[in-house]
Design a protein around this ligand. Structure first.
Ligand SMILES: Nc1ncnc2c1ncn2[C@@H]1O[C@H](COP(=O)(O)OP(=O)(O)OP(=O)(O)O)[C@@H](O)[C@H]1O
Length: 299
């Protein structure tokens, strides 16, 4: 499949500072990639280059088969900034009609677009009365004008409550299922973990990790944590069986091991039979994996 977005050894300098250092990545149609990184890691710079807003110094960028910023690329890419600002006195429908007219599209599509993002019921209300989640939906409706093949979303769920976040990702899932490629930045690692296909970690302008969460987890080889819950009356025998474990205030035993030691440890626990009431195996979280990769550059 031809990727929707390809960066090949992309380099960007601001004066003497290298904001992006030979970054290579590709994003296929229908895939959702999360761009993670500390403040100043280069996420916005990368997005601005993809959108054709700023030039780059080295490497190659292909956006839907065209140069970034070219008329062909611009027609196929849409952008949602972190803080979307709309005219508070306009209704949702009026705002969408305005954007459609600016893009040379029929304003009659406004209601269909608002319907797609679940805002048909509020189309006649002034945007000034919308919640933050509703305004983000107006922003998403605006990005859908012209059926873009690539969506670039800068922290699209920042400031949204958990339910609005989930709803927003549901909308993105639907767009991805139709073949739209989605590149989004986020600082909320839990939602990224569950709702994207691949993770890109930028650190100091370098792409230090790229892949599915499972692949990054395997590469990071971080310890796996275990919580073992003794059956009533077997607390002492369990503690004796696992002298390396730490017991918490509730008498649960905490253990950790490498990925390779996981199955032998589970076998040791299972051998204790009904002395064990329950067992939780907690793999490293995305936060652990993110810290592992982004710290490698000393950030
Ligand atoms: N126009 C500019 N002139 C000079 N330096 C810049 C410019 N734009 C960005 N930088 C620098 O490039 C580096 C990357 O910045 P960028 O805004 O891409 O980071 P980011 O990952 O988006 O950070 P944040 O999460 O804070 O938005 C930073 O060191 C920043 O100071």
């Amino acid at each position: 499949m031809t990727p929707t977005l390809t960066l090949s050894r992309l380099t960007k300098r601001f004066g003497g500072m290298e904001a992006l250092k030979a970054v290579s990545l590709s994003l296929e149609p229908g895939k959702r990639a999360a761009l993670l990184g500390h403040n100043g890691a280069g996420k916005s710079t990368l997005m601005k280059i993809v959108l054709g807003l700023i030039p780059f110094d080295g490497g190659e960028v292909s956006v839907c088969g065209a140069a970034p910023g070219s008329p062909s690329a611009r027609a196929q890419v849409a952008y949602l900034p972190e803080n979307v600002a709309f005219h508070p006195a306009l209704t949702g429908e009026e705002q969408l009609r305005h954007y459609l007219a600016l893009r040379g599209e029929s304003p009659r599509q406004a209601m269909e677009l608002l319907g797609r993002v679940g805002l048909a019921h509020a189309a006649q209300r002034r945007i000034g009365t919308y919640s933050k989640g509703m305004r983000q939906r107006v922003g998403l409706a605006q990005t859908l004008i012209g059926r873009p093949r690539l969506l670039v979303l800068d922290e699209p769920t920042s400031g949204l409550d958990p339910v609005s976040r989930r709803d927003f990702y549901d909308l993105l899932d639907g767009l991805a299922a139709e073949g739209t490629a989605i590149l989004l930045s986020s600082h909320v690692l839990t939602e990224v973990e569950a709702r994207t296909d691949s993770i890109l970690i930028l650190s100091g302008g370098q792409l230090v990790a790229e892949g599915t969460l499972a692949a990054l987890r395997a590469r990071a080889a971080l310890p796996v944590a275990f919580s073992v819950f003794p059956a009533p009356g077997h607390e002492a025998s369990l503690a004796a069986a696992f002298p390396e474990a730490a017991a918490d205030a509730d008498g649960h035993l905490r253990l950790s091991c490498t990925q390779a030691e996981k199955l032998p440890l589970i076998a040791r626990i299972a051998a204790l039979g009904d002395h064990v009431a329950d067992l939780d195996v907690v793999p490293p979280s995305l936060e652990d994996i993110y810290s592992h990769f982004s710290r490698r550059d000393g950030q």
